[in-house]
Design a protein around this ligand. Structure first.
Ligand SMILES: Cc1ncc(C[n+]2csc(CCOP(=O)(O)OP(=O)(O)O)c2C)c(N)n1
Length: 545
């Protein structure tokens, strides 16, 4: 068999179902080998779209999503989605082609050093310089991509190596158990909990992986601790639970910060500093912190935990639950209820009457009503992300996907395709701004061709809204943010995709009930009044004055 055929056998052994990509001349052998395999190659319309599909596939399944490009321009196009997976801790394997080994030492057509280019944005990468190493390289790429903390890896397959003959068998993937926390770290945590009156859990991205949320939930429910989640930790503990204080992470003070200010111990769980800097929630650097995570804490001036419980998060909470079963830790249990009530009342206050102009938080309240609790909202990046994080009540782990590490625009539409492939029965809404929509709108064709069904909501303010929001806060006006748009409904229809522009809240509710109920692929344009953005800033400024 050829090295390309062996490569595909290795992908099969890893359980790969889809390879998202754009073909090139230099990966012809691999494409034909894929054609002879049960793995489906999904031609995408831009490599970035392919990488985002692999990224969201990885996030939702815990198994590496796979994307593929040719050499040179295909590989450079892949970069944003791969870097996003790396910073957001999504398991992803990127495969790129390369020219033959005999032309890599000199300047040649489309040849750039892809391995060097991908190195800073991956956990590990390698070029397959000989057919004998195919099995090891593929196994290592998947193993490292999926190992906590997950991320991106990259494999380069040069054209001439792909065609060479080889006889070998894939290395069978075997399960690696994650280490459990050291018992002294658990002891110390229990001591700190026994002294605390108002502990608070800060649940991050890691708290929704590897069943961590199951044991975390039972811990906070038994001992009635409040939980604030970062944008990527949303749903670790259900926002319907009395313990949830919803999300933390705006760049300015929001109601939830009062809980951090009143807490006497912070337990961070699966917290990624890339997502939300401690400078925002621990400005004096003096809060006592217990760090519970798969990895040791990053060194950071304002984040120097008293204890680091390093190992499997789920196992750490299982152990804490076991050791503290039946014990009354004597926490104050009423202090955070007013904060939760304030947050919920604020969200409800954005509900719109029929006939009033749409706002993002108003529309989100309708989406929340219509979308099943077990459904999924994927956010793009922009002002809408802030509102989704802050206002969208999430009932289950991975019920709301937000990119907040690299925080790249353009993830939501391709992400919706991946989500619909992961679970065709699940209700999925991909919500984005007009800016992010047109960054990867070409993937509407991919979605249509695949026959996947999900609802794309485009909040249209003819603006790079988050940037003007920020500029107005700091300078009172905005520059370089105004944009125009095509007729979004007509644009969707030109792809053969249903398009809607509801006139009021009642019509929006009807449209969403119909698209989510039928599972049709649809684009719903919601023209929005962005005045609420600055109103929120003013409201919170006067609240905290
Ligand atoms: C790929 C990429 N380019 C630029 C940015 C910087 N950025 C963050 S939000 C934003 C504006 C987003 O505008 P839009 O998609 O219309 O959403 P809105 O803010 O209006 O809700 C920009 C330009 C980014 N995060 N990612």
């Amino acid at each position: 068999m050829t090295a390309a055929e062996l490569f595909v056998k290795c992908l099969e052994a890893e359980g790969t179902r889809y390879v998202f990509g754009v073909p090139g001349e230099e990966n012809e052998d691999l494409l034909f080998a894929l054609d002879d395999s049960p793995i489906e190659f999904i031609p995408c319309r831009h490599e970035q779209g392919a990488a985002f599909m692999a990224n969201v596939w990885g996030r939702l399944t815990g198994r590496a999503g796979v994307c593929l490009s040719t050499l040179g321009p295909g590989a450079t196009n892949l970069i944003t989605g791969v870097a996003d997976a790396q910073l957001d801790k999504a398991p992803l394997v990127a495969i790129t082609a390369q020219g033959g080994l005999t032309r890599l030492h000199h300047e040649s057509h489309q040849q750039i050093n892809i391995v060097n280019m991908f190195r800073p944005i991956t956990k590990w990468n390698a070029s397959i310089t000989s057919p004998e190493i195919v099995c090891e390289v593929v196994r290592k790429a998947f193993k490292l991509a999926e190992l906590e903390k997950p991320g991106a890896t990259h494999i380069e397959l040069p054209e001439d190596v792909a065609a060479q003959h080889v006889e070998a068998e894939p290395i069978e993937p075997r399960r690696v158990r994650r280490p459990s926390a050291d018992y002294r770290a658990v002891d110390q945590t229990i001591e700190l909990l026994r002294q605390a009156k108002r502990p608070l859990v800060l649940a991050g991205n890691g708290a929704i992986r590897k069943l961590a949320s199951k044991h975390l939930r039972s811990f906070v429910e038994s001992h009635r601790l409040p939980v604030a989640s970062t944008f990527m930790g949303k749903g670790a503990v259900s926002d319907h639970s009395e313990q949830s204080l919803l999300a933390i992470g705006l760049g300015f003070k929001d109601y939830v910060i009062e809980a951090v200010e009143q807490a006497d111990l912070i337990l961070t769980v699966g917290y990624d500093i890339a997502e939300y800097s401690p400078d925002h929630w621990n400005p004096e650097g003096d809060l006592p912190i217990v760090h519970i995570d798969f990895d040791a804490a990053e060194v950071y001036e304002r984040y120097n935990p008293e204890v680091e419980v390093v190992g499997d998060i789920s196992a750490a909470f299982w152990e804490l639950n076991r050791r503290l079963a039946g014990e009354n830790l004597g926490f104050d249990t009423e202090w955070y209820a007013p904060i939760r009530r304030r947050i919920l009342a604020d969200i409800a206050g954005y509900s719109l009457d029929d006939g009033t102009p749409f706002t993002i938080p108003g529309a989100l309240n309708i989406i929340r009503e219509v979308l099943a609790d077990a459904g999924l909202l994927i956010s793009d990046v922009g002002s809408h992300k802030m509102w989704i994080a802050r206002n969208f009540l999430t009932g289950c782990a991975a019920g709301c996907i937000i990119s907040n590490g690299l925080a790249s625009m353009g993830i939501a539409l391709p992400g919706g395709i991946a989500a619909a492939l992961v679970d065709p029965e699940r209700q999925v809404v991909a919500a984005m701004g007009d800016g992010g929509f047109l960054m990867n709108a070409q993937e509407l064709e991919t979605a249509k061709r695949l026959g996947v069904g999900f609802t794309i909501v485009v909040f249209n303010d003819n603006d790079y809204g988050l940037i003007s929001w920020k500029q107005r806060r700091s300078r009172g006006r905005s520059v370089g943010t105004r944009i125009g748009n095509p007729d979004i409904v007509a644009f969707a229809k030109s792809f053969g995709v249903a398009g809607y522009r509801p006139e009021g809240t009642a019509e929006l509710r009807r449209v969403l009930e119909s698209t989510l109920g039928s599972g049709e692929l649809a684009v719903v344009e919601i023209p929005v009044d962005a005045g609420v953005n600055n109103d929120l800033v003013e409201k919170l400024r006067s609240y905290f004055a």
